[in-house]
Design a protein around this ligand. Structure first.
Ligand code: NAD
Length: 273
């Protein structure tokens, strides 16, 4: 079966990448619909033209409800409010959803979890294979180094990014905190200024850089007295996220309702296939 994917935010940075990734993919997936926000100057444009290719016969619309019957999976990289509204629609139509949007509030997060009771949903703060492998390496590093090290997370992104720290940096913090039996909410330190006092070893520090066109750099530093381990991932193209999301969409089609992530898609979690 060829999976028909809907792309919300089709004209955005990730939306265009997703259309390109699907067009070039060897997997059984095709673009079934493309959706942009009402008022977008690109409504009516063909998705092929959007990425500088031949027309594909799929034009951008502004209402997901009108094309929900044309898709098996919605791939959503937009903004939190739109993603939550789209999830409610997908849940009632039984359409699976791959969600890349970051910066959701706790309440918005809760609403996505509710929607996942009625449909299969794959969410990841970062869909790249390299970052998801890094999560596994971080787990291993934290388990071995334990409470003997200071943990700091440094991330850099392009000047247009609207949330900080990045969803990926927060996920990395979660992995380390969970492995060390700490609660990230209690131990996270987001930036330092002035008379901060000496560092408390149980904290996990975050530092954010926003500059130029950086696609996404993340480094987790495990620093002890006398040595330092750094695990770094650098994305040089958004295509890394798009390919992962496309892989997730194909994996997700036909799965039972519930919340999945890239660890499931890549088979890193026991019992996942
Ligand atoms: P962008 O601003 O370039 O694109 C977002 C698009 O969504 C825009 O074209 C906008 O018009 C559209 N949009 C907004 N509201 C809409 C609505 N109601 N209906 C349909 N379309 C709507 O942003 P981007 O760089 O593509 O990033 C989008 C999101 O994806 C951000 O939250 C970003 O942090 C996240 N992201 C996640 C990953 C990952 O791997 N999880 C990777 C890159 C970006």
């Amino acid at each position: 079966m060829t999976v028909r994917a809907g792309i919300t935010g089709a004209a955005g940075r990730m939306g265009r990448m997703l259309i390109e990734a699907i067009s070039d993919s060897d997997l059984a997936i095709t673009v079934g619909a493309a959706i942009e926000r009402p008022g977008s100057s690109l409504l009516g444009a063909d998705v092929g033209e959007l990425i500088g290719r031949d027309a594909k016969g799929i034009c951008i619309v502004d209402d997901l409800a009108t094309v929900i019957g044309d898709i098996d999976v919605l791939i959503d990289f937009t903004q939190p409010e739109a993603t939550v509204a789209n999830a409610a629609l997908c849940a009632s139509a039984g359409v699976a959803m791959v969600i890349g949007t970051t910066g959701l509030s706790e309440e918005q997060d809760e609403r996505l979890q509710q929607a996942a009771h009625s449909t299969a949903m794959c969410r990841a703060s970062n869909f790249s294979t390299g970052v998801n492998l890094a999560f596994k390496l971080l787990e291993q590093a934290a388990a071995v180094l334990g409470d003997e090290v200071d943990v700091e997370i440094v991330e850099a992104h392009h000047r247009h990014k609207v949330d900080a720290p990045s969803g990926t940096a927060l996920s990395m913090g979660e992995v380390v905190a969970t492995t060390l039996s700490r609660n990230l909410k209690e131990v996270a330190v987001y930036g330092r200024e002035g008379q901060t006092g000496a560092r408390d070893r149980s904290t996990i520090g975050f530092a954010t850089v926003r500059a130029g066109d950086v696609v996404g750099d993340h480094t987790v530093i495990f620093a002890a007295d006398g040595e330092r381990l750094e695990i770094t991932h650098k994305a040089s193209s958004r295509m890394a996220f798009a390919r992962g999301a496309v892989r997730a969409a194909v994996w997700l089609a036909g799965k039972a309702s519930g919340c999945y992530d890239m660890q499931d898609v890549l088979g890193f979690r026991e019992g996942s296939s």
